[in-house]
Write a protein that binds this ligand. Structure first.
Ligand code: NDP
Ligand code: OXD
Length: 307
C-alpha cells in the first residue's frame, strides 16, 4: 500500500518528510517514481490528468489545492472520491491577502500611489470601516474565514452563496434572485467562488453595472470567472474604480496584456494563498483515518455541483 504525490516536487519533499514522521508505515512516492502501480491506494495531485485511470487499486484522489477545477473529472473514474484541500494554512493565507486588499482599497492606497507618482500631497477624506460595504461572492471555507476577520475591522459585511447560509454579523444572500440586491449594497466585491459552469464569466458587465458607481473588485477565485474586456470597460467608465487581481486567464498573464499597465489594477501571480505542506499532510492523514473508519472525509466534492 502506498501514497503517490503529483504536484510541485519541492513541496513534495516537504510532504514526504511529514509522512515519514507521522505515517512511516505508508510508503510515500513522488511522481514519476510510481513504483508498482498496483500498490498505490491514494493519490494527491494538482492535476492528475489520466493518472487515476492507470492505478488499479486507487481508493481516493486528493487535490493539493482548495479548488478542483484544474481536474478534468471525466478522467477520474466515477467510483473514486475526489477530496479538496481543507487545511488551516490555506485559510490563513487567504485571510491575510484579502484583508490587505480590502484595507488597501478602503484606505485609498490606489489613489495615493497615483498621487505619489505625481508628487501630489493631497489628503482624501478618511472613512470609517462601518461605512464601507464589503460583499463576498462565496461563503465557503475561505469566504467565511475572510468575513470573520473583516468584521473585526468593523466593515459592513455581506455574502452571496448558492444555498442559504447564516453567519453572525453578516447579511447573507443566496441564489440568482438575490444577486442584484447583494451587488447594490457592495462597495468592495471579493470573489471567492469555485470555477464551475455557473461561475465562468460571472464577473462581467452585468455584475459590474449592478454595483454602486466606483466600487472595487478583489478577485481571488479563478481567472476564467472574469471577463477582462468588461473589467477594462468598467474601469474606463469609473463604474469599477480599482481591481486587485490574483488570478487571470490565462496564467501567466501574457506580457502584452493591457491589464498589466492599468494604473488602477494591481496584479499578483496566483499567490493569494497556498497549501502549507505540514498542515496539508495532517489534513490528509486525518481524512485517511476517517476513510478507514468508514466515515465521511472533509472536503469530498460533489461531482454534479463541480465543487
Ligand atoms: P467552498 O467550496 O468551501 O465554498 C464555495 C462557496 O461558493 C460556497 O459558499 C458556495 O455556495 C458558493 N458557490 C458555488 N457556486 C456558486 C454559484 N453558482 N452561485 C453562488 N454561490 C456559489 O470553497 P473555498 O471557500 O474553499 O474556495 C473557494 C475558491 O477559492 C476555490 O474553489 C478556488 O477557486 C479559490 N482559491 C484561490 C486561491 C488563490 O490563491 N487565489 C487559493 C485557494 C482557493 P454554497 O455555500 O451554497 O455551497
Ligand atoms: C487552490 C489554489 O485552489 O492554490 O488551492 O488556487
Amino acid at each position: 500500500m502506498a501514497f503517490l504525490y503529483k504536484a510541485d516536487p519541492v513541496r513534495g519533499a516537504q510532504w514526504a518528510a511529514r509522512f515519514a514522521q507521522l505515517a512511516p508505515e505508508l510508503p510515500f512516492r513522488i511522481w514519476p517514481d510510481v513504483g508498482d502501480p498496483a500498490a498505490i491506494r491514494y493519490l494527491a495531485a494538482w492535476q492528475p490528468d489520466d493518472l487515476a485511470q492507470t492505478l488499479p487499486n486507487l481508493e481516493i484522489v486528493f487535490s493539493v489545492g482548495a479548488g478542483v477545477d484544474q481536474f478534468d473529472l471525466t478522467r477520474v473514474p466515477e467510483h473514486l472520491p475526489v477530496v479538496r484541500m481543507i487545511e488551516p494554512g490555506i485559510v490563513d493565507g487567504m485571510v491575510e491577502y484579502v484583508s490587505e486588499a480590502v484595507l488597501a482599497v478602503h484606505r485609498d492606497l490606489f489613489d495615493y500611489a497615483l498621487q505619489q507618482r505625481e508628487r501630489i500631497w493631497k489628503p482624501l477624506p478618511v472613512r470609517t470601516a462601518a461605512t464601507r460595504r464589503v460583499g463576498l461572492f462565496g461563503l465557503g471555507m475561505l469566504g467565511t474565514a475572510v468575513l470573520e476577520r473583516l468584521r473585526l475591522f468593523g466593515f459592513a459585511c455581506a455574502g452571496w452563496s448558492r444555498s442559504p447560509r447564516e453567519i453572525e454579523g453578516v447579511q447573507c444572500f443566496a441564489g440568482e434572485a438575490t444577486l442584484d440586491a447583494f451587488l447594490a449594497r457592495t462597495d468592495v466585491l471579493v470573489c471567492l467562488l469555485p470555477l464551475t459552469d455557473a461561475t465562468r464569466g460571472l464577473l462581467g458587465k452585468r455584475v459590474f453595472d449592478a454595483l454602486p458607481m466606483g466600487a472595487s473588485l478583489v478577485h481571488v477565485g479563478r481567472g476564467p470567472q472574469l471577463v477582462t474586456t468588461d473589467l477594462l470597460d468598467a474601469l474606463e467608465r469609473g463604474q469599477v474604480r480599482n481591481a486587485v487581481l490574483d488570478v487571470t486567464d490565462p496564467e501567466p498573464l501574457p506580457v502584452s496584456h493591457p491589464l498589466w499597465d492599468h494604473p488602477r489594477v494591481r496584479i499578483t501571480p496566483h499567490v493569494a494563498s497556498a497549501t502549507q505542506p505540514d498542515t496539508a499532510v495532517d489534513a490528509v492523514l486525518d481524512n485517511l483515518r476517517r476513510h478507514r473508519a468508514g466515515g465521511p472525509m472533509r472536503g469530498t466534492i460533489d461531482r454534479t455541483r463541480g465543487y
